[in-house]
Write a protein that binds this ligand. Structure first.
Ligand code: PNS
Length: 164
C-alpha cells in the first residue's frame, strides 16, 4: 500500500496572503494531507489574534478537503512528529529568503533526520509579497487589493475601524 504523505506548512500567517494561498493550493495537489500550522508565539504580539488568523485561513482553504488548519507551539519538529508528518513545507520567494530557510531546514533536520524540508516557489506575481508589507501598506493607506484574499481585506478594515 502506498504511504500517505502529510506535509506541515508552518508560519505566522499574520495575515495570510495570496502568496501563502498559492503555495497551499499547489501543495495540496502533491501531498495527501497538508496541515497549515499557525505558530502561537507567546513572546510576540501578532497583529491578528490566533483565532482571527485561523478563521481567515479556514475561509480561504475551505475548498480543499485535504487541507487542515491547526495551531502549534514549541518546536516545529516535535509538532511534525506528533502529526506523523514527513515533510515541512516552506515557500521561498527570493534569494534573501534562502539563508534563513536554509538554516532552519538544516537545524530541523539535525533534530529530526526523518523529516524533509521541501521548498516551493509561488506564482511569479507573488514573489515580492510578505505579510509584513501587507500590514504596513494597509496601515499607511495603500491598497492591498489582489495581494491578499478578500476575507483578509475585510478583517483588515474591521481592525482599522476598531483601532482607529
Ligand atoms: O511565517 P514565519 O514567521 O516565517 O514562520 C517561521 C516558523 C513558524 C516556521 C518558525 O519560526 C518556527 O518553526 N518556529 C517554531 C519554533 C522552532 O521550531 N524553532 C526552531 C527552528 S530551527
Amino acid at each position: 500500500m502506498a504511504k500517505e504523505v502529510t506535509a506541515i506548512y508552518p508560519g505566522s500567517f499574520d495575515p495570510v496572503t495570496n502568496g501563502h494561498v498559492d503555495i497551499i493550493g499547489r501543495s495540496q495537489g502533491i501531498f495527501d494531507r497538508v496541515i497549515v500550522a499557525v505558530l502561537v508565539n507567546i513572546e510576540k504580539t501578532p497583529f491578528f489574534t490566533t483565532d482571527e488568523r485561523l478563521e481567515m485561513l479556514r475561509e480561504v482553504t475551505g475548498k480543499w478537503d485535504n487541507v487542515q488548519i491547526e495551531t502549534f507551539q514549541g518546536l516545529l519538529v516535535n509538532y511534525a512528529v506528533a502529526q506523523k508528518a514527513k515533510v515541512i513545507l516552506r515557500g521561498i520567494r527570493a534569494v534573501t529568503d534562502y539563508e534563513y530557510e536554509f538554516q532552519m531546514a538544516l537545524m530541523n533536520r539535525r533534530m529530526q533526520p526523518g523529516i524533509e524540508t521541501v521548498f516551493m516557489v509561488p506564482a511569479e506575481e507573488y514573489t515580492y509579497l510578505s505579510s509584513r508589507l501587507v500590514k504596513e501598506i494597509f496601515l499607511l493607506g495603500g491598497s492591498v487589493e489582489g495581494i491578499v484574499p478578500s476575507v483578509v481585506e475585510d478583517f483588515l478594515n474591521k481592525k482599522k475601524k476598531k483601532t482607529g
